[in-house]
Design a protein around this ligand. Structure first.
Ligand code: GLN
Length: 472
């Protein structure tokens, strides 16, 4: 899909040379949003605010270009799980109907301070739970490459927002692949940083020990430039890493890398054979470029999804207990007692997938079953974490498919939740191990839909990973 703008650097060059003004950039994206209404990408568009900010930047461009902030001219969207002060946020759920954020998420705040213009909030699976955006209370988002097909999830709106040229960079969240899998389905870059690299303050919590804010863009460079601003310690998030943020724009000396891949993944029976061929061609290309690409044993692939769904439903059942009809959003109109308020508000407010996960999570945490499920899944996570990090002591990166197949038809996998869950088999490992990972657009399938592949890097190895992807 061709887009008018492909990188912030080219936008800024044109702005500086006077061949473009910020108002034109914003108008272009607002027009694209109008033209793509049928794809159901946005839940809310901030047209007036965006135009006003564009005007202010154009003024600065004319009067005092030295004062321009680093990300001037950057138009971003935020997934409906990232708070923006005085604006609605509801995790595409009815439970937060009418709720407005009291503060802006740290990551988004830093972007705004650096000059980014926020154009709207994007649709997603309810509370970021899902793999195809069909669990939104506001209807599914559709893939711009073929609107009969899903965009992936849960950050489906964010992926199509970039794919369909309605913003330059989209903020998503990634608990088990929700940035990378939709990026692969939509033919854009999707990046999840190391756990803790970006503050989670102001991100609606799903599985707190897995969640990270991530980015979707047309170029690695735009990912680097926005990450540069968003990353770093935050007094509001104790899990945010204290380690210094490197200068991601600094060139790293090009060198031959050691890359691991798992035959258990590359030869997985569920992997689409055409995708498998593209993956193999990519391996060949890396080898031709002088990199070492080696098969490595990884025995836990089939344990990843079961462990992930035990752990994340457990965390979700606890995190979502705050939506009780008293403190935030929707309150049932016909409840008479406190318990009734809880029960009816939650029954009315949450959709079926979220309810299922709350019940599952409550079950695995209950006294009689905790050891059998939750404690076991924690042990499996530890094994995966240790093995993944051990591999990354010997290798620079791990190469993985992004998804077993291309974007499926809207409505498929609705009857079979397990099939939907298995679509995350290649993305969850990075969240289990807390490591950075990038989905890279790779090819177009003979069915016309995009194919992506994924590279995972060492903990806090964003700089190396981004530099490598940049030079591919
Ligand atoms: N599809 C996965 C899930 O439903 C991942 C979601 C996410 O990363 N937010 O849990």
């Amino acid at each position: 899909m061709t887009t008018r703008f492909t990188s912030l650097t080219s936008i800024q060059d044109q702005l500086r040379s006077g061949s473009l003004i910020v108002a034109e950039v914003v108008d272009h994206y607002l027009e694209r949003i109008e033209a793509t209404r049928d794809l159901n990408i946005y839940l809310e568009v901030y047209a007036d605010e965006a135009r006003q900010q564009a005007k202010a930047q154009d003024q600065l461009l004319a009067d005092d270009p030295q004062q321009l902030p680093p990300l001037f001219g950057l138009v971003v969207s935020h997934k409906d799980v990232i708070c923006l002060k005085d604006h609605g946020v509801q995790g595409a759920s009815k439970i937060l109907d009418g709720f407005e954020s009291q503060f802006t998420a740290t990551a988004l705040q830093r972007l705004i301070e650096a000059g980014a213009i926020v154009i709207g909030r994007t649709n997603c699976d309810e509370m970021a739970m899902g793999s195809d955006n069909s669990h939104s209370a506001f209807g599914p988002t559709r893939n711009a490459a073929n609107p009969e097909h899903v965009p992936g999830g849960s950050s489906g709106g964010a992926a199509v927002a970039v794919q369909a040229d309605t913003c330059l960079v989209a903020l998503g969240s990634d608990t088990g692949g929700s940035v990378r899998q939709p990026a692969a389905f939509c033919g854009v870059y999707g990046f999840k940083p190391t756990y803790g690299r970006i503050s989670r303050h102001g991100l609606l919590a799903y599985g707190s020990s897995f969640d990270q804010i991530g980015l979707l863009a047309h170029s690695v460079e735009d990912v680097s430039r926005t990450l540069q601003v968003m990353a770093g310690p935050d007094e509001y998030d104790a899990t945010a890493s204290q380690s210094e943020v490197p200068d991601y724009a600094r060139d790293l000396p090009a060198s031959a890398k050691k890359i691991a891949y798992f035959p258990s993944a590359f030869e997985h029976p569920d992997l689409d054979p055409e995708i498998a061929r593209h993956n193999q061609a990519f391996v060949d290309r890396l080898r031709e470029q002088g990199h070492t690409v080696e098969p490595v044993d990884f025995d836990y692939l089939d344990a990843i999804i079961p462990a992930y769904y035990v752990l994340t439903t457990a965390e979700a059942s606890s995190n979502l207990s705050r939506y009780d009809g008293v403190r935030y959003g929707h309150r049932s109109a016909d409840a008479t007692t406190l318990l009734d308020t809880y029960r009816k508000s939650r029954t009315e407010g949450f959709g079926p997938e979220v309810k299922k996960r709350i019940m599952l999570g409550t079950f695995v945490l209950s006294a009689g079953y905790y050891d059998a499920y939750y404690a076991q899944a924690q042990k499996v996570r530890r094994l995966i974490y240790d093995r993944t990090r051990a591999i990354l002591e010997n290798y620079d990166f791990i190469l993985m498919p992004a998804s077993p197949g291309t974007a499926w038809k809207l409505g498929d996998k609705q009857e079979d939740a397990t099939a939907m869950y298995l679509a995350d088999i290649f993305t969850v490992q990075a969240n289990m191990a807390g490591i950075p990972a990038m989905a890279i657009p790779l090819a177009t399938h003979s069915n016309g839909l995009p194919v992506g592949i994924q590279l995972m890097g060492a903990p806090l190895g964003e700089h190396e990973l981004l530099a490598f992807c940049q030079n591919l």
